[in-house]
Design a protein around this ligand. Structure first.
Ligand SMILES: [Zn+2]
Length: 106
């Protein structure tokens, strides 16, 4: 089973204000850490449930939000333009969303 995970930052665990999304804010590093932990938790569930591949795409702004040193080494990080979901194709069995939000400012 092959899983695709698209991420965003606005609804990552523990994020309560826009300050957590500002790359110049000290809170931003907390958001990056929490995003990476959320990804690892979801991926662990996928692997435990029978997935043999988990691919993740960093989908917030400039895609350097995931803490690479802390990412579960079983996960494949897909690099590319997050706006077009460039890595998602029919070879995937399921798609999951982490940290996504419904609308701008929402
Ligand atoms: Zn975002």
């Amino acid at each position: 089973m092959k899983i695709f995970i698209m991420t965003d930052m606005e609804c990552v665990s523990g994020i309560t204000t826009d300050a957590y999304l500002d790359a110049t804010s000290p809170y931003y590093q907390i958001t990056r850490r929490n995003l990476t932990r959320d990804i690892n938790a979801v991926a662990a569930g996928c692997f435990d449930g029978g997935a043999d591949q988990v691919h993740v795409q960093d989908g917030h702004g400039v895609p350097n939000n995931i803490v690479l040193d802390d990412l579960d080494p079983r996960i494949t990080l897909a690099h590319g333009n997050p706006a077009n979901w460039c890595w998602l194709d029919s070879s995937f069995d399921a798609t999951m969303l982490i940290g996504q939000h419904a609308r701008e400012g929402g």
